[in-house]
Ligand binder design. Structure first.
Ligand SMILES: [Zn+2]
Length: 192
């Protein structure tokens, strides 16, 4: 099967994409290379970036407006379309339409990846941007349901993952990034 990466727009065989069971075709929208590049950018930013650069990264450099960014945040933590429409004050159809846009898809991939990376890395001292995002939602979302959801996600993702990593001694489950892989990636960055 040939698939087009939503970031670099190159066509390539499906082996070039990571697995994501929640996607229709079973693969991530972004190719492995693009993900690796962004991860590298993320490390660099966390280590050497200015506050302003981090802020910009966190907001995303895609051409999306405030409401669309907000929708991405909410989608990335699994908020339902109905709740999103209510929270943002738009129709459900608008949420569906936005979801189909490439820019939105790319931002969602980014946030999903960020959520994985920063929750895993929170325990080894990396800047938890996804955590900041969840905290923002927990404190500032209009609807109580969304606030509650964000708080639950925070507790669930961040704290339980942190504990899991501490306890697992590298015997991580399939979905999580193992300590070895993390070290490997960090070395790779150091040598870059
Ligand atoms: Zn790509």
């Amino acid at each position: 099967m040939v698939k087009t990466c939503i970031t670099c727009k190159k066509e390539m065989p499906s082996e070039c994409f990571g697995v994501n069971k929640s996607n229709k075709d079973g693969y991530r929208g972004e190719c492995k290379e693009c993900i690796a590049l962004r991860n590298k950018r993320y490390y660099k930013l966390v280590r050497f970036g200015t506050e302003e650069e981090r802020e910009q990264y966190f907001r995303g450099d895609k051409m999306l407006d405030e409401r669309q960014l907000r929708v991405c945040q909410l989608l990335s933590i699994g908020t339902s379309i109905i709740d999103i429409a209510e929270e943002i004050g738009i129709s459900r159809q608008t949420v569906y339409d936005w979801k189909k846009q490439d820019e939105m898809k790319a931002r969602l991939e980014e946030l999903g990846q960020e959520l994985i990376l920063s929750t895993k890395r929170a325990v080894v001292g990396y800047g938890p941007y996804a955590v900041a995002m969840l905290k923002d939602l927990a404190e500032n979302a209009e609807s109580e349901k969304v606030r509650l959801e964000a708080i639950c996600k925070l507790l669930d993702k961040v704290i339980s993952n942190a504990v899991k990593i501490e306890l697992s001694n590298g015997n991580d489950d399939q979905d999580s990034i193992s300590q070895d892989l993390l070290n490997e990636e960090l070395n790779e960055f150091d040598n870059a």
